[in-house]
Design a protein. Structure first.
Length: 317
């Protein structure tokens, strides 16, 4: 089976900017493009195939046609759903303070799975910050009181961010991306989000956006974060190219590669590879690519070569 190039699904949330159009070349009539969903089989946005035998077809339809085990890999059988959702996020303004439920709560209350995710910071302004858990451990009651008394920002852990930072956002972690950050997000295939605080903003209908305080209090882990804000691995030289393990967990494994000549990869029967081009240009075998392109390499494809001068993020399960 061939390598599949994917069309992004674009989202125009109120906090978005223009970088995904201007820097990544995404074509859209939207005034703001907050997110590009680069690998998605979620009901709220599904990638279609760009070119080749399956041109114009939805990725999940192709998977169903060929067979989940064959194209997504044997590890996918551990998941009753397509396992990941990968995004590019341009935060021109602050995102709401929010939290995601774990699998048990989300299945029981929302009818889908929970959401653990990572953020890899592609770029950030000098004053960019984000919210990552709490400064100190507090009780759920103290959390609820802070929301109701409008003192929530006093107890949250605000972190200054820079290019290359890596945040592991486990389900239950209160968090928010701050303005001036450009992020690659790899997450469970879920869109369950509980908004806690939104700076008093109103939506397109002129009304304050809905908060989900009870659910947020139910699922939040009201403690400081337990993970460092850096990649899990150290940079390694591979024939003049640099590989860095961003994260490895039971949900996904993610590497970043700085390619300066060529490097060979391989998929086996266990998992697909997803390739996100976050800078530069080059080729994947005989297919040319540029910044912002997204490719799905099926499980058991075998060897493929990336060449050129580029920065890519490869995700597998």
């Amino acid at each position: 089976m061939e390598i599949l190039k994917l069309n992004p699904v674009l989202k125009d949330y109120i906090w978005g900017g223009e970088r995904l159009k201007n820097d990544f070349g995404f074509k859209s009539n939207l005034d703001k493009v907050a997110e590009g969903w680069m690998l998605s089989c979620h009901k709220d946005g599904k990638n279609t195939i760009d070119g080749g035998e399956y041109d114009g077809q939805a990725l999940d339809d192709v998977i169903e046609k060929i067979g989940k085990e064959k194209i997504v890999g044997t590890r996918s059988l551990e998941f009753p759903y397509f396992p990941v959702l990968i995004k590019l996020i341009d935060a021109k303004d602050n995102l709401s303070i929010q939290v995601h439920p774990d699998n048990d709560y989300a299945q029981r209350v929302e009818g889908e799975f929970g959401k653990t995710e990572i953020w890899y910071v592609l770029d950030a302004t000098d004053d960019a910050q984000l919210v990552y858990g709490f400064k100190d451990e507090i009780t759920s009651e103290e959390f609820k009181n802070a929301i109701e008394n409008n003192t929530l920002m006093d107890v949250l852990n605000r972190v200054k961010v820079k290019k290359g930072d890596l945040f592991f956002i486990e389900a239950g972690t209160v968090h928010a991306i701050g303005k001036g950050t450009l992020i690659a997000e790899i997450q469970q295939n879920s869109n369950s989000t509980y908004r806690v605080y939104d700076y008093g903003r109103v939506g397109a209908d002129g009304k304050p956006r809905e908060l989900h305080i009870k659910k947020a209090v139910d699922v939040s882990v009201t403690k400081p974060p337990k993970y460092d804000i850096k990649p899990m691995g150290e940079p390694e030289d591979i024939n003049g190219n640099v590989a860095t393990l961003l994260t490895e967990c039971d949900l996904f494994t993610v590497h970043r590669y700085d390619v300066s000549n060529s490097i060979t990869f391989k998929t086996d029967e266990k998992s697909f590879n997803h390739i996100l081009v976050v800078d530069g240009n080059g080729k994947i075998n005989d297919k040319s690519f540029k910044k912002g392109d997204s490719f799905f390499v099926p499980a058991n494809f075998g060897e493929y070569e990336i060449s050129g001068k580029c920065e890519i993020i490869i995700t597998k399960i």
